[in-house]
Design a protein around this ligand. Sequence first.
Ligand code: FRU
Length: 495
Amino acid sequence: MKNSFFVLLLCFSLNAFTQINSLYKEQFRPRFHFSPAVNWCNDPNGLVYNNGTYHLFYQHNPFGNVWGHMTWAHATSKDLVHWKHLPVAIAEEKDTMIFSGTCVVDKNNTSGFGKNGSIPMVAVYTAHIENVNQSQHIAYSLDNGITWTKYNKNPVLDLGKKDFRDPKIFWYGPKNYWVMALMFPVEHFVQFYSSKNLKDWNHLSDFGPVGDTAAVWECPDLTQVLIEGQPGKKKWVLQTSQNVSMQYFVGEFDGKTFTNENPVNKIVRPDYGPDYYAAIAWNQLPAAHLPTAIGWINNWKYANDIPTTPWKGAMSLPRTMSVKKIKNDWVLLQKPVDALKTLRSNPIEIKNTGVTSKRSLSRKTQQLEMLLSFEPSAANSGVRLAVGNNSYFEIGYDAIKQTVYIDRSKTEQTGFNKNFSSLSRFEAPVSLKSKKMQLHIFYDHSIVEVFVNDGEVVLTAQLFSSESNSGIELFSNGGRSTIVFLKMWDIKSIW
Ligand code: FRU
């Protein structure tokens, strides 16, 4: 009896040990993107910076690996690269789930939640009662976001609607008040409100419907960013999410109304791939810090079915945001944060080399960063990742259509959901710079993020290829292309 007890204990401990030891080494697990240790995640929530710490809250199911029981989970980082998991922050209660929202540090205690000089962190989120109501609630924390108290006079904004969600709040200095952007998903517009105390909200204006109205609008984000090449000059970027993809508008916000300065009939996207959604920017970054956003890597068309376990869903690399005028349009420029460079190791470099048909690199890996500048061929040319077993993921420039594209149709495991296999090729128009195409690629096991021409276009996609498909291949169809330079690094795991 005693012996069998010890055998059982040993088996149990060994099992726990192997589980801990294999965590963040599972098949398809991203090694340098944030993902929860276990269970489901979707939208980033409550991004706020305080005293050297970046907070990331996110939509999470603490009880399973599919969407449900929505709760705010919590992680923090000192550098936007390495993350520490913290206990669940704001939990679902009875029939009310905690949907997306944002967070601020209420330094002047405008809410009155601070006690004895302590500074409260205040979260505004949508309380969701399935098929009945969505209203805006607040909660506060006096210990840096670890424990939260729900306001006893919630809701702070309830229009009695079934769809009315995803508050983004921020401090608007010139008018000395808080602003909230909120979504009317079905009607396709953003509504703006103001408040002096985060509790009483006054309607300011509406923006929309405009642009992509093919699906419900979710998760508005309004952020002020610098204009590239015009020191000190700024514009406002409004991002919205349309169930499966995002769009952005660039213009002015005067504390009341947002005015779009881009052509009304032109749809522009922060990401032209299938897997970037619900992105929002950090609140209250230090003055010299570039505005920085993060998005959920997945797509509602197949999100619940992706073949990853014991987790589902990840966050994009944090991206800095600025804008630039190209011809008559304001273009959002996004770049991976500089701190990611600390993960680089084992560089390799190739210069001035022609490619006809294809050419394999000697390095094999599913965990890399690549800077590639090439003069394209007359048809399609670029680079393939996850090469092996007759499969690959292709990133290329199509000289005939003058587009950059990603194509996952030839990767393994596309059949787990028919929407995944049909959503396989994505493209965006781009211009060559001095006849060259510039790609900045991050490949992390099941995630590819491609920043094109200094971030004018970004494409993000998931793929689910075997670990052994780790070849890298340059290709050129329709004649020769020239690699002006290629630099590549292995990227260390952050876990
Ligand atoms: C966007 C979204 C939000 C909602 C949350 C629920 O992905 O649908 O509109 O608040 O996810 O998890």
